[in-house]
Ligand binder design. Sequence first.
Ligand SMILES: [Fe+2]
Ligand SMILES: [Fe+2]
Length: 309
Amino acid sequence: MSFSIERYKEESKKLDIAGVEWNEVMRNQLSKGDLFCLHYMMDIENHVPLYLSHLLVTRACMDPILTAFLACWNYEELWHGENIGRFLNLYGIEFDSQDRIANVRANLGFQNSVSLMSTMAGSWLLKDFSAVYLTIGAINELATLTGYGALIRKSGHPVLKDLLGRIIKDERRHFAFYFNSAKEWLTDNEKAQRMDRWMLNRVWVPVGQGVKKLEEVDALALHLFDDEQGEEELLNLDEKIGKLPGLSGIKLMSKALYGARERVRKNPAWGRRLIENEEWAAPRKSPVGALTTRRAITAESSVSVIEGG
Ligand SMILES: [Fe+2]
Ligand SMILES: [Fe+2]
């Protein structure tokens, strides 16, 4: 698997949706579980700019190749969230994207600032911290594209298959960048390898956790991966990450699935109840969300702008 930053810079673009059969979206039914996953995925795609803010305070950003990648990557991710939102709207689920994004962000609260500060401190105190970030990037991208693949399989929805298939192509390039960069950093660097493994085993969480609560993460994992094929896909994912220097045999995503199964064993309604109650439909309203959402331009205000101009 190769990656050329020059080629990526030249080729990076907004998701190509030409020919997607948007008017066919309503033709096929989606299960509540599929809809739950799509809302989760949209929220996490839309969260990328905030995740980027964490990356930009690290010492890793002294590297111009990394910042060039992040500039293009952030733009591509924007269109993933936008198009999943468009799909959901066309399926008949009404929401205002801006309002939803603002509320998801506002609900992060103080914990987001603490995490930002500790990331910054960690990266400047420990040189090899970058290896951890690059590895987590690789796992997140691979988990995302594996999740999209599983949702294509579970839903059997042809338009969703087309849309997610296009997004998966972007995610593969993202994975290639993070994986190769992590590999470069970890090769012949035992100290970095030890730190990477230690951090992944202790602080790593599946993509989306933190923005989403553990039960939501479990609900997604159980809907997409709680069968023979799903489990195998997660074991393959771990195996691919295990090819990075120093990470041989590491278990991350499969361990997360087994953890989710264990929580269901103790509480059979765990995860499933969120899907059934449609709690995903609207994020908790936050007073901060109201402050961070732009006010919609009403007909009245646009007239006064024109008159005033
Ligand atoms: Fe994405
Ligand atoms: Fe991505």
